[in-house]
Design a protein around this ligand. Structure first.
Ligand code: ZN
Length: 165
């Protein structure tokens, strides 16, 4: 399937490292899309026959979100829930649109270590909690050909339900 080639295209760095990174089950997890209002964006996708899952709030990140499954991957709709924070700043300066690409990895600490060892700058030195019990870490777009990359590791144990307040 040419996994190693694909990871080289991600610009992760030296071939041997990117090969190592792709050895596990690295796959496209989701595209993160910032929208002004979920109330407006969800019906748009529903009209295309794509149904949004129940919403989740990450209060610490000042964001409300929903996931829309498209085959093996998802579209993550992000609505900034406060005037503060990087998502709200992104919306204010760039408007609605694609914000990041998320890649699922088996071992996020290992993927982070490989990425930084190959010269990428991590926004998160240690993974932070994401939606649905995942752990996530972002890599700076400066060394990723202009793309904000998110690494995602799914919970190894069944996730606890998060309060969606
Ligand atoms: Zn994401």
């Amino acid at each position: 399937m040419g996994k190693a080639n694909r990871s080289e295209e991600w610009g992760i760095g030296k071939a041997n490292r990117s090969e190592e990174w792709a050895k596990g089950k690295a796959r496209l997890a989701h595209l993160g899309v910032i929208v002004r209002r979920l109330d407006a964006a969800e019906p748009f996708y529903a009209r295309l026959g794509l149904s949004p899952a129940p919403r989740v709030s990450l209060d610490r990140e000042h964001v409300r979100m929903t996931f829309i499954r498209v085959a093996d991957a998802e579209i993550e709709l992000l609505e900034p829930a406060a005037q503060e924070g990087p998502l709200s700043r992104f919306l204010a300066t760039r408007g609605e649109g694609i914000h990041h690409i998320a890649i699922e990895v088996d071992d996020i600490e290992r993927a982070l270590a490989l990425a930084t060892a190959s010269g990428m700058r991590a926004i998160d030195q240690v993974p932070r909690p994401g939606a649905h019990g995942t752990r996530v870490a972002f890599l700076h777009p400066g060394q990723a050909h202009g793309v904000l990359l998110e690494l995602v590791e799914r919970p190894r144990h069944p996730p606890r339900e998060e309060p969606s307040t």
